[in-house]
Design a protein around this ligand. Sequence first.
Ligand code: FWO
Ligand code: ZN
Length: 388
Amino acid sequence: MLKLIKNVKIFNPRIPEPKDLLIAGQKIVALEETDQIKLQGLEYQTIDGCGLMAVPGFVDPHVHILGGGGEGGPATRAPEIRIENCLSCGVTSVIGCLGTDSITRHLSSLLAKARALEIEGLSTWIFTGAYNLPTPTITGSVRSDLALIDKVIGAGEIALSDHRSSQPTYEEFLHLVAECRVGGMLGGKAGVAHFHLGDGRRGLEYLFRMAKETEIPVTQVIPTHITRGRSLFDQGLEWLKLGGLIDLTAGLEPVAEGEVSVIGALEQIKSLGWPLSRVTISSDSNGSLPVFDDQGRLVGLTVASQKAFIQIFQEVVRKNILSLEEASELFSSNAASFYKLPGKGKLLTGYDADLLLFDESLELKEVFSQGKWLVQNGVVKARGTFSV
Ligand code: FWO
Ligand code: ZN
């Protein structure tokens, strides 16, 4: 059914005057001055966009869609995500990944879950691999996973500088990045190597060495959890200076004095004049948020959710740290362009009809995903296959 959204203000790209936006199938097919779209004789739904602000659906590039965890034994294996969790937080595209546990979690299950979420109404991709190197794969190598499986767009989350990593050598690290680069070329994907950074003192050492010694572009990799410590964040700023990209984890709040919060990091990046276009934000949703003491003992464990993701979005705009358009770039178009997700991250004719309508107080009212109207007046209408 055609859907005509009337009189809506478009942010990202920023269009000053209100527009009428027409959705046909899964695409935005027209964006015109108000009352200029003529649909005589056609059946269509009208949505009143007056007073609402439209941004592209959020792209969350690091989600444990299968559930992660396990660091405290079998009872701490986190639950898989449900489509309602994503849509209620404005997330319409996700990149799924495995984490610490690549023994009881399998890439074939991750791919099946990504396909299930796509059928239920999201747009999904996955990283092949997991924390450990050499990584598990589906087809036998990272290169062939990227070249042959449509939903595989990179490798992650591969752990570096973390007591739970496989303590990879620099050569193993470099080989993984090389596999991503060539596999991505062969498959027409971004082929990004997405690295989990722990609290280890080696930080981004391997990334800086790669930038210095090899012909691999710095944009082939992206480090995440960058605000988990002050020294790591300072290295992250160095990495930005080199032309690299960094990913911030939404739910990561400073645990000690002098640590950096996500909001503080964004303020600092902006004040330094570093381009926000090379910053993405992700939720780590349904991954575990373990806390280890300095003897490496597990002393706390919770599960990440996308609630922190949308709360950061609302906070940075309400506090005027970022404009609505800048925040929308951080939460959708940066990841869409960096991971080369076709049709995502902009409200333009020909792009996918993934859009969020917020009211003046920045409450999420309407969500369209793949052209389907799945959140209506703040109520999630989509249901997973077995949701009650
Ligand atoms: C982070 C995912 C961590 C899983 O360091 O990496 O553990 O496999 O589910 N989470 N290990 C959380 C911090 C950024 C706070 C993961 C987790
Ligand atoms: Zn991680």
